[in-house]
Design a protein around this ligand. Structure first.
Ligand code: PMP
Length: 459
């Protein structure tokens, strides 16, 4: 059989994930061929600034040789081993030691998986396990937030507040998953309401939900410090300060999903640090290996770890694990990634370039399509509005976000449309000059979208 051309084979055989499959069937896919620094090139030779770092993950860009070499060294030494049955290997032990040393205080134990979904799925299981072992077996419900994103397994897609990831998949599963409002102050704040008042309203909604369901039925609350897949939504002032005491009071575990925020993205090592959160569990992935290998970690408190020991005694074993959880090559790459972050003071770099990033995007508030720009560190979201003075959104079917994304593509910029929000999370290594170029290309994309909308009489 003669192979098809790459694009024909893609259309014939590749099932793309999180994709409008009709659009793919009509237009094909952009296939990326190579990368260097913050840039990637497609198979047609077109160059882009990758302002999403892939999927919020390629923190060190696309050509960090040290990570390739770390993987190669480990492949030659021990290409695979597991951590089941009292066995293990040095890379995973050293990584657990390192991660718990840099984690928010109290998270002294690490468990490894391959991706963010698996880490959060494990966190849901451990929340149930913890409450069962400690004599509160009726604590089962898990609270997430509308537009929150915690993964794509049966449980994490149920927990996520993303209707298109549930419809026709028979999700959410059962009645264990509850959701509270999305903390998008720009879209959901009432006229005249301050950020602090909005946060208080969000907290009151959480309290009402707990009162209605009963604190003794709720196991855990999951939150991304900055909501990524929901539209790069930074929490309004006072939000976590208002929410955390309510959870504590109700004996509900706080799970911080740091799959996007971890490792400097928000201008501190952890999003929890940026927002003063002390979680019971913390999931991280993506920038843990700068995306050069699939790996995630779930960091847990001493109290939860004690419950695992107790449960293991009761059941004969701790009955959870994955063949590739803590894969030695992935762990070796993670250790090298963390060493690079330290040597290059990546958090300091994020703090240094963040003003150029936030001011550069913020300057686009003058554009007729841009209603709001918000962000922290090197993550930002831009809200597109039909009439910004009246805060009027575009009609749902107009797909203006996708139009802007398409025009940015044409201008050599990869961004992500989430409805009518445009998300930015460039590689952490991006320089101020590259940020300038990123903003110029974004303005070109916005201008082209604006021109087309005027032709279509939508603006
Ligand atoms: N949590 C968050 C906050 C995420 O953004 C993602 C992925 N974008 C996940 C979990 C799931 O991670 P993965 O795709 O690696 O399973």
């Amino acid at each position: 059989m003669r192979p098809n051309s790459l694009h024909a084979a893609d259309l014939a055989h590749m099932v793309h994930q999180q994709t409008d499959l009709g659009a793919h069937a009509a237009d094909g896919a952009v296939l990326i061929a190579r990368g260097e620094g913050v840039h990637v090139w497609d198979t047609e030779g077109k160059e882009y600034i990758e302002a999403m770092a892939g999927l919020w993950c390629a923190s060190l860009g696309f050509s960090e040789k040290r990570l390739a070499e770390a993987a190669y060294r480990q492949l030659l030494t021990l290409p695979y081993y597991h951590t089941f049955f009292q066995k293990g290997h040095e890379p995973s032990v050293r990584l657990a030691e390192k991660l718990t040393a840099i984690a928010p205080p109290g998270l002294n134990h690490a468990m490894f998986q391959c991706g963010g979904s698996e880490a959060n799925d494990a966190a849901i299981k451990l929340a149930w396990y913890y409450h069962n072992v400690t004599g509160r077996p009726q604590k089962k419900k898990i609270i997430g937030r509308i537009r929150g994103y915690h993964g794509n397994t049966v449980a994490t897609a149920s927990l996520s507040g993303q209707p298109h990831m549930q419809a026709d998949f028979d999700l959410p599963l059962g009645d264990r998953f509850l959701h509270i409002s999305n903390p998008n102050y720009y879209r959901a704040g009432l006229p005249g309401e301050t950020e602090e008042q909005f946060s208080e309203r969000m907290a009151a909604e959480l309290q009402a939900l707990i009162d209605r369901e009963g604190a003794d039925t709720i196991a855990a609350f999951f939150a991304e410090p900055v909501q990524g897949g929901g539209g790069a939504i930074t929490p309004p002032r006072g939000y976590f300060e208002a929410i955390v005491p309510i959870l504590k009071q109700a004996g509900i575990l706080f799970v911080a999903d740091e799959v996007i925020c971890g490792f400097g993205r928000t201008g501190h090592y952890w999003g929890c640090e940026t927002y003063g959160i002390q979680p019971d569990m913390l999931s991280c992935a993506k920038q843990l290996t700068a995306a050069y290998q699939p790996l995630s970690a779930l960091l847990i408190s001493d109290a939860i770890h004690a419950a695992l020991l107790e449960g293991s005694k009761r059941n004969g074993s701790f009955g959870h694990g994955y063949t590739y959880g803590g894969h030695p090559v992935a762990c070796a790459v993670a250790l090298e990634t963390l060493a690079i972050y330290e040597e290059r003071d990546m958090v300091g770099h994020v703090q240094a370039v963040s003003p150029a990033f936030l001011d550069g995007l913020g300057a686009l508030r003058d554009h007729p399509l841009v209603g709001d720009v918000r962000g922290v560190g090197l993550i930002a979201g831009v809200e597109l509005m039909a009439d910004k003075a009246k805060k009027e959104p575009f009609p749902a079917g107009a797909k203006v976000g996708l139009l802007v994304q398409e025009k940015c593509h044409a201008a050599g910029l990869i961004v992500r449309a989430i409805g009518d929000r445009i998300a930015f999370t460039p590689p952490l290594i991006i320089t101020a000059a590259q940020i300038g170029e990123m903003c110029r290309r974004f303005r070109a994309g916005l201008d082209a979208a604006w021109a087309e909308l005027q032709e279509r009489r939508l603006a």
